[in-house]
Write a protein that binds this ligand. Sequence first.
Ligand code: SIN
Length: 275
Amino acid sequence: MNITVTPIAGAIGAEVSGVNVADDLPECTIAAIRQALLDHCVIFFRDQTLDVDRHKAFTRRFGELFVHPNFQLGPGQENPEIVYVRREPGDGRVLGQGWHADTTMMATPPMGAILYAIETPAVGGDTLFANQYLAYDALSDGMKAMLAPLRAVHNDTRIAGPNSGLNAQRASQVRADDNWRPTENLHPVVGVHPETGRKHLFLNGIYVHRFEGMSVAESQPLLDYLYAHAVRPEFTCRFRWHPGSIAFWDNRCTLHNAIHDSHDTVRHMQRTQIS
Ligand code: SIN
């Protein structure tokens, strides 16, 4: 198989061509895809056709399927490993809006996600990605030293549960029942990627509430600085979707942001995550 990997921006992101991900791919092709992911942090495929089974099968080549606890909506749900990211005309918010890494309230957040576009608007609904190795590297030595011992408190109270209010605003529904309980865990502010060994920032404004041992008020000014720094334009790329497009991101060293700018259209995607 003749795989080509073509960067789409200077900082992050590459398009992978010459591969049909629905095929039973040989191990050497999977290794080449994994290397492209490690090199570029997010990789894209075009013109693919994935039903749920093939989507899960491709995902399993990179690790175990992750089941997202906040999207388990009860009886009638056939595929607990699939999250449908759905935008309907008139939605006030969309799943994935705002810079974040996925599901970081977990003790071991998923290593990656594979998002497949089923229906996309003619224009709008792009996704932004930001390289968190570059964000870390660009900090001063003084800031790096200050962040080195810090851990951050991550929880999911802003985006799930009865108080989040999200289900009234968007088609993608999340658990909001009275039995729902928040999940909270601590993670180092500076992560070390287990495969590349590189340091990266690991903070995001959706899940992080404060630094360990500090109040919200004490934490917020530094968090605000780091959130703005982490997504400087020169650390980012922007992906334009078409039906059949796939984005596969490394959730350990990237942030992403689904842009909510296609208000009167349908955008329908299918997502798996890798434990
Ligand atoms: C997500 O955050 O997983 C969704 C991203 C998108 O829909 O672009």
